[in-house]
Design a protein around this ligand. Structure first.
Ligand SMILES: Cc1cc2nc3c(=O)[nH]c(=O)nc-3n(C[C@H](O)[C@H](O)[C@H](O)COP(=O)(O)O)c2cc1C
Length: 386
């Protein structure tokens, strides 16, 4: 039995998360021909075995032109399904709820990976389908500072194709067995660029007023809900604020979240920024839990469950955030790179009764047995009991 909030189960629709820890989506830049490789199996497997309640696969692209860079994963053809099912089976066998994030890079498509400095990719014979990798956006406004030409302004036909691609992606995700879907509408990617007045200057039904700028996201959510099981939760990741004058603001997020709830969205994955520079007030640098307040505000104003993300590093902090009612899940990304077994450590540090049984596989047996051998033994990551 869990004795902390962090390790108390959470049920959304018919899916039960064994605890409140969410492994946030993280691109691996390791796909081959848009398919997962053994790296993905290992990486998602170790996150799931480490005890996270829900593990999200990286932002997976819904059409060819949706790819941010070489090495992304794609879900735009039926042949992707068996490759993805392998990842799902691994996550599930470790006791984690398997999640997938669906995304479209929009004007952040066709970029260099971070370890090559980002910025626009150059045409290369190694990318045989370069011309199919069209960089599209609501308006022809270039991403500041990446040296790329302005993206092509989308036609209504492009918009319909993108809606269809997200819905088809969700249908394939369901076929592959994922139990939670996170729609990426944050970080300056395509859906966020429709929401923000800084990147959307359209004069048709998809631009201008707040209602028009929200239209694409709402149409996609409605379409996804039509193919995504009513038993399975749907999350939306939002940049709750742009943090730039004239941009998307918290009041806009609150309005959008109320609409999303009406359409069957179960949780808002609360992030920030990505359209223009840092979302932090000028001169401020990130601190522990720097985006928690966003999740708390959305939860308080709308009553919709939230997850908080951003420099949540320590178990006691994660527990406190949950106790204070800021969110329903704590999402970790980089700390899980450092330590995929963070949930296991957190249970020991918080003295939660779940103890080593956070890990569902054979490991918990051996760790419990070892602990019984030497009274007071603590793992190296938890404390020096010697
Ligand atoms: C290597 C890496 C890849 C990421 N890929 C994604 C992604 O695919 N989708 C997404 O929404 N966020 C992505 N993010 C952002 C994280 O999900 C998270 O919001 C951010 O890192 C802040 O959390 P942290 O302080 O716990 O790392 C990525 C972050 C990292 C470090």
């Amino acid at each position: 039995m869990a004795t902390t909030r962090l390790f108390s189960p959470l049920q959304l629709r018919e899916v039960v998360f064994r605890n409140r820890i969410m492994a946030a989506p993280m691109w691996q830049y390791a796909g081959r021909d848009w398919r997962p490789t053994d790296w993905h199996l290992m990486n998602l497997g170790r996150l799931a075995d480490g005890g996270s309640g829900v593990v999200f696969q990286e932002g997976t692209t819904v059409e060819r032109r949706a790819c941010g860079t070489v090495g992304d994963l794609g879900i735009w053809d039926d042949a992707a399904v068996p490759h993805l099912r392998r990842l799902v089976d691994m996550m599930q066998s470790c006791g984690a709820v398997p999640g997938i994030q669906l995304m479209h890079a929009g004007r952040k498509a066709r970029q260099k990976p971070p370890d090559e400095g980002r910025g626009a990719l150059e045409r290369s014979p190694a990318i045989a389908d370069w011309d199919a990798w069209d960089v599209i956006a609501p308006s022809a406004i270039a991403l500041a500072g990446d040296g790329a030409a302005a993206p092509r302004e989308m036609t209504l036909t492009d918009i319909q194709a993108v809606i269809d691609a997200f819905v088809a992606g969700a249908r394939r995700a369901a076929q592959a067995g994922y139990q939670v879907l996170d729609l990426h509408a944050a970080h300056g990617y395509l859906l966020h660029t429709f929401l923000s007045p800084l990147s959307n200057r359209r004069s048709d039904a998809y631009g201008g007023s707040l209602a028009n700028r929200m239209r694409l996201v709402l149409e996609i959510v409605e379409g996804i809900r039509g193919v995504w099981s009513a038993a399975h939760p749907l999350f939306v990741r939002l940049s709750c604020i742009d943090g730039t004058a004239g941009g998307w603001e918290m009041a806009d997020s609150v309005t959008l979240v109320r609409e999303l709830q009406r359409l069957g969205v179960d949780l808002i994955d609360c992030s920030a920024g990505g359209i223009a520079g840092s979302p932090l007030p000028a001169g401020q640098s990130a601190r522990y839990g720097y985006q928690v307040e966003l999740a708390a505000t959305i939860r308080r104003e709308t009553g919709v469950p939230t997850s908080a993300v951003g420099l949540i590093v320590h178990a006691a902090h994660a527990e406190r955030i949950l106790q204070e009612g800021a969110c329903d899940l704590v999402a970790l990304a980089r700390e899980l790179i450092h330590n995929p077994n963070w949930p296991l450590d957190a249970a020991l540090k918080l003295d939660d009764d779940t103890g080593y049984r956070v890990m569902r596989t054979r490991g918990s047996f051996w760790l419990e047995r070892r602990a019984a051998t030497v009274p007071g033994l603590r793992p190296s990551t938890v404390g020096d009991g010697a």
